[in-house]
Design a protein around this ligand. Structure first.
Ligand code: ADP
Ligand code: F6P
Length: 319
């Protein structure tokens, strides 16, 4: 049996650890493993390389993905999927492991239907927005990168007694912002899933000041829209000096944390097991501390809910 592994969508720290786990689990089971380079763009154009035990040595600690990745608009069309299916067939690939986010899984479901090749999804995205799994590869690393950056910002915020608005990634979702906001002790967390009123945000900041808090960090998800309007509004409606930092792509890079590496290693191994044991396309996930197997098509259709109670808890602590 020959299996393919591909990384797709935004890169996430720990993708390499997952590739390593797939290869190191599959080869002793006498499976042949090939890597598909540059996500679905590389699949469509047949960019396929053999992977052996040594080719995945010394990568467990590296961010990014040795296979490269891409966003591939052509794969969103039936023609693109057809091309991908033909490449799988002509290369005798019997099963595919897709390491990526929910967009990649949508493509994988279509690819599997057209090609008849079973696909296993391995959730890897700093956004942690994949349904049916509590955690995704790279999320913990991105959270820690953002926390580290905000801890530095806090030094200058405190010294100048300023309010800082810090924008974090997450695409149109607020999972990253909530986790970062909770763990830096943000004064306000703004996420797309929870409506907010800027007047109320200003009142909160003023109440903090009355209680002796001269500075606050506001963690805003990029998905709330134009963050500069938040900065402008607070600047115009409170006595505070306000500054803005967009953390940007540093959140996607760097050496994966131990937790991201651990998750990637478990997911990689279970993905191979799953490919061998199930004909239907599936996803490996984690719920609590338990590894779970889910139907990939169901996952791709579902929207993951933000934990509103956790949001309330974080806000209750910000007094
Ligand atoms: P992620 O996998 O991190 O969510 P994207 O949403 O960019 O990232 O998806 C990665 C790639 O998956 C896209 O560039 C595209 O090639 C493919 N893809 C996304 N959505 C679909 C879809 N609905 N149908 C087919 N392919 C898709
Ligand atoms: O999905 C991961 C992510 O980093 C999002 O948080 C962000 O909105 C997006 O990718 C950026 O995408 P690109 O790399 O295509 O600019």
């Amino acid at each position: 049996m020959k299996i393919g592994v591909v990384t797709s969508g935004g890169d996430a720290p720990g993708m390499n650890a997952a590739i390593r786990a797939v290869v190191r689990c599959a080869i002793p089971k006498e499976l042949e493993v090939v890597g598909i380079e540059r996500g679905y763009s590389g699949l469509i154009t047949g960019q396929i390389v053999p992977l052996d035990l040594r080719s995945v040595g010394r990568i467990i600690h590296l961010g990014g993905t040795i296979l490269k990745t891409s966003r591939c608009p052509e794969f969103r069309t039936p023609e693109g999927i057809q091309k991908g299916a033909e490449v799988l067939k002509s290369n005798n690939i019997d099963g595919l492991i897709v390491i990526g986010g929910d967009g990649s899984f949508k493509g994988a479901v279509e690819l599997s239907k057209v090609s008849g090749v079973p696909v296993v999804g391995v959730p890897a995205t700093i956004d942690n927005d994949v349904a049916e799994t509590d955690d995704t590869i790279g999320f913990d690393t991105a959270v820690n990168t953002a926390v580290d950056a905000i801890d530095k910002i806090r030094d200058t915020a405190l010294s100048h007694e300023r309010v800082f608005v810090v924008e974090v990634m997450g695409r149109d979702r607020g999972f990253l912002a909530l986790e970062v906001g909770l763990t830096v002790g943000a004064g306000v967390i703004l996420v797309p899933e929870i409506e907010f009123d800027l007047g109320e945000v200003c009142k909160r900041l003023m109440a903090y000041q009355e209680r002796g808090k001269a500075t606050s960090i506001i963690v805003a998800a990029e998905g709330i829209g134009d963050t500069s309007t938040v900065v402008k509004y607070i600047g115009e409606n409170t006595p505070f000096e306000v500054r803005f930092t967009k953390l940007g792509y540093i959140q996607r890079g760097g050496s994966p944390t131990a937790r991201s590496r651990r998750l990637a290693s478990l997911f990689g191994v279970h993905a191979v097991e799953l490919l061998l044991s199930r004909a239907k396309s599936s996803m490996v996930g984690i719920q609590g501390t338990t590894i779970v197997y889910k139907d990939l098509e169901e996952v791709a259709k579902k929207r993951k809910e933000l934990d509103k109670e956790l949001y309330e808890l974080a806000m209750d602590l910000a007094i």
